[in-house]
Design a protein around this ligand. Structure first.
Ligand code: SAH
Length: 251
């Protein structure tokens, strides 16, 4: 059996209880070494075989798991954040199905949510935006034309942009071309939930300057939208005149 597990954004306490349970039981662990906090490997039992997938091809990952299966061992495939977001797990799951290897998926706290926590920010503010767009700028992986940053920006929703910090200039250009104004707030969070977490806030006009000399590398999230520092309306959920399933209106 293979358990695909979301490791969370970095803080070893932000993995699920179920994820830790599987890590403790695993005979073989294959972790995404470029992003998963190695501190999580301390949950593994003594003698577990631990592989860093940063040095492996898809075939090597699948072969390692196939061998473990043949020996009746249990494998954890540990992915950063939540495995469903830019986790490249579909091709692995399809390879498992093809070989008759049983697997399941345990979700994790995605980095865009750890970023909201770091910023102490709600993404869905009434009267500002009720939509969060998870996207990326085009890199080696192409992005379909209809999903280009420029066209997504036209919605003026809250946007969480993954995998794009090294192309921040291009991101800003596209967001402006899509209709965001230069004074739109933007925040960069590097290594959200890690001890070395770093936050830089600015506007679309200032951010490229603001992050200069800040040593911001690949592990960073870009959040843009009017929710950052906005004047918003109060939520209906806690409004005193609003009745819902669990509470009657008091006025
Ligand atoms: N599955 C992961 C994303 C993997 S793609 C998830 O759900 O979070 C890798 C990208 O995620 C990085 O380029 C960066 O944009 C973002 N990322 C991962 N961990 C992060 C963290 N701790 N803080 C900020 N961004 C992070």
């Amino acid at each position: 059996m293979v358990h695909i597990v979301g490791a969370g954004p970095g803080d070893p306490e932000l993995i699920t209880v179920k994820g830790v349970k599987y890590l403790k039981e695993a005979d073989v662990v294959i972790y995404a070494g470029s992003l998963v906090n190695p501190a999580l490997l301390e949950y593994c039992k003594e003698g577990a075989a631990i592989h860093n997938s940063a040095h492996m091809t898809l075939d090597e990952v699948v072969e390692t798991i196939e061998k473990a299966e043949a020996e009746g061992k249990m494998t954890v495939r540990l992915h950063t954040g939540d495995p469903a977001i830019y986790g490249a797990i579909q091709e692995q799951m399809d390879a498992f199905s093809k070989r008759g290897i049983e697997y399941d998926v345990t979700p994790g706290v995605s980095s865009f949510l750890a970023t909201a926590a770091a910023l102490r920010q709600e993404y869905t503010l009434p009267g500002i935006s009720q939509t969060v767009i998870i996207t990326r700028n085009e890199g080696r992986t192409p992005v379909p034309d209809r999903e280009k940053l420029r066209s997504l920006a036209s919605h003026q929703a809250t946007m969480c942009i993954f995998l794009s910090i090294t192309m921040l200039d291009k991101v800003v250009q596209e967001l402006l071309a899509g209709g965001y104004t230069e004074d739109t707030p933007i925040a960069i969070v590097q290594k959200a939930s890690w001890p070395e977490q770093k936050i830089v806030r600015g506007t679309l006009q200032t951010i490229c300057e603001d992050i200069k000399d800040q040593n911001i590398d690949r592990t960073a999230m870009i959040v843009v939208g009017h929710c950052l520092g906005a004047e918003y309306e109060l939520s209906r959920l806690y409004a005193s005149e609003f009745t819902h399933m669990f509470r009657k209106a008091s006025k």
